[in-house]
Design a protein around this ligand. Sequence first.
Ligand SMILES: Nc1ncnc2c1ncn2[C@@H]1O[C@H](COP(=O)(O)OP(=O)(O)OP(=O)(O)O)[C@@H](O)[C@H]1O
Length: 311
Amino acid sequence: MSQTIRDHAAEFSGVSKSFLEVKAVDGLELSVGRGRVTALLGPNGSGKSTLIDMLLGLLRPDRGRVEVFGKAPGAAVRAGLVGAMRQDGAFPASAKVREVLELARRLYPQPALLGELAEVADVGDLLSRRVDRLSGGQLQRVRFAFAAAGAPGLLVLDEPTVAMDVEARARFWEGIRSWAERGRSVLFSTHYLEEADTAADRIVVMNRGRILAEGTGEEIKRTVGRRTVSFRTDGPPPAGLELLPGVCGVERQHDRVRLHTTDSDATVHAVLSGAFAARDLELSGSSLEEAFRALTTGAAHQVVAVREVLH
Ligand SMILES: Nc1ncnc2c1ncn2[C@@H]1O[C@H](COP(=O)(O)OP(=O)(O)OP(=O)(O)O)[C@@H](O)[C@H]1O
């Protein structure tokens, strides 16, 4: 338990939640690291919101245990340790942004300073505006500031950048990073792969209520995504390429040979030490998009293999 309190902002142990016959979350084991930004990435209906609702104490698991800073979720929320930005958060219609944020700050024993909220959530120019006159993207920024008002140790954001344009999104993630640099933890869900890759220290890929992979974007790409080693060679096609370590496919186009590999280090080594007269060697990786697609459409045995490799 003391280990949990020190290292993790939140922990799920064997957590399941069903709605009638739908297993929304299925035997989940997950630790949310302290002072880290964690992304929950998954297609529609993969269980992200259900996981978040259990973390916030809004849903009770059918089985298993959820702890936030070593407490039951409801107790952690009441103690001001968790702040949440949900998609449907509404504010009093005619209130000004400053009033809403001051009200939120008064609810907590050690709130963030208004200036800090204005800076990280980029709402400084909105403070005197009415909340019901804001654009969708501006309202999201105010929701972020509202969720952060109590300076919570864990900030939970359910698809926070919906309705934001590209520039607003980039500024939003800058704010989140600067928030996390103060030693606070952030967990967010998203459908945007690039966002998970650039904004999070750790990505948790979910599908059908289960975790398919966890790791940095690089780790997920490396493990799931095949890489391609390609090189030029003169003369007739070299024989035996398909037998090189890691190689799972061979293509040839004019004088360029492309080797698809599951172990690019071993393949490159074999190419360089073989008698292929290889020149102009190139190595290309799969994108996170491809890795994500491979994971969420993959067969069960692949999922097990991925988890084994990553742990
Ligand atoms: N209150 C509910 N009653 C019945 N089924 C539900 C309920 N909440 C969620 N579900 C089902 O549980 C599964 C997981 O849903 P959840 O909302 O957690 O997924 P999600 O990953 O957040 O999806 P999205 O990306 O679309 O928001 C889905 O099949 C959904 O239809």
